[in-house]
Design a protein around this ligand. Structure first.
Ligand code: ADP
Ligand code: NI
Length: 257
């Protein structure tokens, strides 16, 4: 079941739109019913849960800003309806569908533009091409909400769930687990990143182990550190099982961080 906030400030902001929240949940669940397991309704639920946890922590530390919770929550629910990796076509029906869905929400135009901004800028891919999200934000609440949502989404790429998602994605793409001859690389841009067909272990170095350094919020940083340590432990065990006494050349832990 989806958690609901317990703290007073968050409840003040979210309780009045609870019905709308449930409508949005129904829409997302339905449209993602056929989605691949790494980006399906379960991913959205986890991202929503991480978003709430970060919002509550922000509130406890006095960093809560009005209007941020609505943006972050709707951003969390809608952010992967038209994921580019699975729907690269600019006029894929899901893209139009989510645009129409946001347009009819009974929020202000500024809030709706904020939700679209989050959907556009949440993804890791944009960090290759230069992050212009702050300069394009029309309100400080957009940037705050984006930072929370990015952290929430990135946490789901780390830890035990992140590990499952990576191998699931690798299987979906028929990738090798590991090949000592195919070394991890630093991609220059998002095109090169998306073109790569490298083994799944490389993805740990190329993306996952770097996420910890890109977290924005205190709560996000703390949880990313835990989940990061788990991935390191996993890699160590993986190489041990293959008979390596330490990570092979090019796969040292700590490289690419
Ligand atoms: P985001 O949705 O945050 O932009 P991606 O769409 O790139 O991130 O990735 C979503 C999930 O799929 C993540 O858990 C990520 O680790 C996994 N994934 C993406 N690319 C690969 C890959 N080349 N190998 C293994 N897993 C991948
Ligand atoms: Ni996501």
């Amino acid at each position: 079941m989806l958690p609901w906030p317990t703290s007073e400030i968050l409840l003040n902001e979210l309780d009045p739109v609870r019905e709308l929240f449930l409508n949005t949940v129904r829409y997302v669940k339905d449209i993602l019913s056929e989605a691949e397991a790494g980006h399906d309704w379960n991913h959205v639920q986890r991202v929503y849960q991480n978003t709430l946890a970060i919002l509550e922590e922000e509130e406890r530390s006095g960093g809560h800003q009005n209007g941020v919770a609505v943006l972050a929550v709707w951003g969390a629910l809608l952010h992967d309806v038209a994921d580019e990796k699975f729907h690269p076509e600019p006029d894929h029906p899901n893209r139009h569908s989510v645009e129409r869905f946001v347009a009819q929400l009974p929020f202000s135009d500024l809030q709706k533009a904020g939700i679209n901004h989050l959907i556009e800028w949440v993804s890791f891919k944009n960090s290759f091409d230069g992050d212009r999200s702050e300069e394009l934000a029309k309100d400080p609440s957009w940037t705050k909400a984006l930072h929370i949502l990015r952290d929430a989404d990135r946490l789901d790429a780390l830890g035990a769930v992140g590990l499952a998602r990576a191998f699931h994605y690798g299987g979906y793409k028929n990738r090798l687990f590991f090949d000592q001859e195919i070394l991890p690389v630093v991609y220059k841009d998002s095109k090169a990143y998306h073109k790569s067909a490298a083994p799944t272990i490389n993805h740990f170095y190329e993306k996952l182990l770097r996420l910890k350094g890109s977290m924005h919020t205190q709560a996000g940083k703390k949880e990313a550190e835990n989940r990061h340590q788990f991935l390191l432990q996993y890699l160590q065990q993986f190489y041990t099982e293959l008979g390596y006494s330490s990570p092979p050349p090019g796969f040292e832990l700590g490289s690419f961080e």
